[in-house]
Design a protein around this ligand. Sequence first.
Ligand code: SIN
Length: 365
Amino acid sequence: MKLPVKHILACAALAFGATMAAHAQQIVIKFSHVVAHDTPKGKASEFFAKKAEELTKGKVKVEVYANSALYKDKEEMEALQLGSVQMLAPSLAKFGPLGAKEFEVFDLPYIFDNRDELHKITTGPVGAKLFTKLESRGIKGLAYWDNGFKVFSANKPLHAVADYKGLKYRIQSSKVIEEEIRALGGIPQVIAFGETYQALQTGVVDGTENPPSNFYTQKMHEVQKYLSLTNHGYLGYAVVVNKKFWDGLPADVRGQLEDAMRQATAYANQIAQDENDRALEEVRKSGKTEIYTPTPEERAALKKALIPCTRRWPAASARTSSRRSTRLRASIRPSSDPRSSSAADRHTASRRTFRALQFSGRASC
Ligand code: SIN
């Protein structure tokens, strides 16, 4: 059967109109981050993008910009607040400059022994309460994603505490980390993550600290001869969105995105350890960086050198800081009492932690 040309044109116009309408309605989320694709955060952001499109049946498109392709550390926070991007997952160490210094509690050395301890805090009332600190800044927190525990690296072996002295270290913008480096006799320098390789290569700094997944995927093993498995602190992320954008989403779409985020969070936290183990193995195989495991004595000495950072945080006033910090540590550290693993105790511990956090002034060692 031959259709009249008029009819064919009308059908084509309708189809074209439908496609245009679908595109006009599509919501685009620009998700910017600073690490490589093949890292816990890189993979989880791509997982989220896929799930979001799937669950919203294409109503939402998530564009992931990895490796500081759009913005570096500081600029990405500004871009989020201005609405130039809608979603980020900065490391918890990078919220201080925004005025949310409470997040720096995660940087305290040896504050978490393992991921389970940490998850009790991030998935409990403390994690939720920390997110409320961002709202007045136009930011909404959606989830916490793991990376891993940090290791130190340099171009000289880092065994004894004295080895750390006098070296310049690239750090994230956290006062706690800054004081931690000073406690070791080092010189801290805040440098954007995307500029770290070059800073190490050109000798602007001598060393750095990061989980192995970041170390390897930024090719730091090409410019750092020694790595010490100190696991002295945690590096994780807060996935955050522009609050106005999020609140303005249709309720059903927001619900679907929350679901996608729940699944992405489970995925992120499930792969993080493996990604770090794999990265460490790659560093080992490269033969370019010597990997050193500190002896129990060296580990104890490093802890002793760093622990003043924990004892004196949060330090709004010298008189009460030690009491506050004791409460904070007591609420985070695992108790030897087996009953402490009950949900009620976990809740109390989290509440105590937050109370300690509420006292916080400037975090320092
Ligand atoms: C990141 O994992 O997002 C970067 C961490 C850093 O700046 O060291």
